[in-house]
Design a protein around this ligand. Structure first.
Ligand code: ATP
Ligand code: MG
Length: 357
């Protein structure tokens, strides 16, 4: 194994990825894949925490394909980074159980992110499944499986990495130094607001611009974006701070002079929303065009995405086996069954021999 430090992060395969995923996590992944050994998880088990029904499982094949195409399209390179399927790593189920013993129920059930996820899934508090409360524990198993040092995530996931750090510390404390204490790495825009200006951009809220949207769709979405509600005419001075159109300009328009000029005129009431929005659509489409082209390129190679996942998963299975076995050794747990079964087999053999004699 190389001497590089390791990254683990990933996404639930519930659909295509959007600009929020990009600024929150994908951008850092692409930037760091030379410096770190990267592991990117397709977290299908995590999908089950809010979407356990069969229809969602049936949609996985297509959703996983779409999501990994998005990975490749933004520049994640499978010759450098390992992309793998969570549910095919059997060690993670076991590791999750051991970690469940190292964290208190209030510690995880108090996390606002769990309630946010339940709300996004239109779930009443009383209906929150046990597994959703356990979300950060399963995520800890993902992170510690490749013994990751760094976890590039959006703001909503920061608290989960804190849980992981607690679990890693407690494990090391009980059983001896086994895991690095991972650090979260929050993106440039920790939580990108949606086009509705109301909540973070999210697949489930119909306020997203997807990395795979075509130019017309982007333009349409930008045209209908929420801006300053007090500005009913172009000559009314507007607020730039916290205004979604300008948050997006800052995040995706590299032409700083143009953005500053628009902000100046917006504050003075000397520019219409249409101009601000059309310049934003243009900037977004310039940013998205090469991503769309790479997406097309990989989409046209039948079976390529599946091969990437397959090879990454086989690699991760080996790593996982090693980590789980080291972990059980550290716990002194690995020999328990072996000793019992050895002694039992010896006796059974003896009894059989005695019967024969
Ligand atoms: P959605 O809310 O769109 O359904 P999700 O929350 O299911 O997406 P996850 O798989 O939980 O997606 O998140 C993947 C990564 O993307 C996480 O690191 C998360 O913090 C980040 N992320 C998701 N939405 C945003 C956003 N609007 N701004 C910044 N980061 C985000
Ligand atoms: Mg999320």
């Amino acid at each position: 194994m190389s001497e590089k430090k390791r990254i683990l992060t990933g996404d639930r395969p519930t659909g295509r990825l959007h600009l929020g995923h990009y600024v929150g996590s994908l951008k850092n992944r692409v930037a760091l894949q030379d410096q770190y050994d990267c592991y990117f998880i397709v977290a299908d088990l995590h999908m089950l925490t809010t979407k356990p029904q069969k229809e969602h499982i049936d949609a996985l094949r297509e959703n996983i394909h779409d999501m990994v195409l998005d990975y490749l399209a933004v520049g994640i390179d499978p010759s450098k980074s390992t992309i793998y399927l969570q549910s095919a790593i059997h060690a993670v189920y076991e590791m999750n159980l051991f970690f469940e013993m190292l964290v208190s129920l209030p510690r995880v059930s108090r996390l606002p992110s769990i309630k946010d996820m339940a709300r996004a899934a239109k779930m009443e508090d009383e209906a929150i499944p046990f597994g959703l409360i356990g979300y950060p524990i399963l995520q800890s198993a993902d992170i510690m499986m490749p013994r990751a040092h760094l976890v590039p995530v959006g703001k909503d996931n920061e608290a989960h990495v804190e849980v992981t750090r607690d679990i890693a510390r407690r494990f090391n404390n009980y059983y001896g130094d086994t895991f690095p204490i991972p650090e979260p790495l929050i993106g440039d825009v920790p939580s990108l607001v949606g086009t509705d200006g109301q909540a973070k951009m999210s697949k489930s809220l119909d306020n997203a611009i997807f990395l795979s949207d075509d130019a017309k769709t982007v333009q349409k979405r930008v045209r209908s974006m929420f801006t300053d509600p007090n500005r009913t005419r172009a000559d009314i001075p507007g607020t730039v701070e916290g205004n979604p159109v300008f948050i997006y300009h800052d995040a995706f328009n590299p032409n700083v002079d143009e953005v500053n000029d628009l902000k100046d005129r917006y504050r003075k009431g000397a520019v219409g929303d249409v101009e601000v929005k059309d310049k934003l659509s243009a900037a977004l489409n310039t940013f998205l065009e090469p991503i769309r082209e790479r997406r097309e390129h990989f989409a046209s190679q039948s079976g390529y995405v599946e091969q990437v996942i397959y090879e990454g998963t086989l690699k991760m299975q080996e790593f996982a086996h090693e980590t789980l076995s080291d972990m059980k050794k550290a716990m002194g747990f690995s020999g328990v069954w072996n000793r019992i079964s050895r002694k039992a087999r010896d006796r059974i053999k003896k009894l059989e021999k005695a019967k024969e004699a």
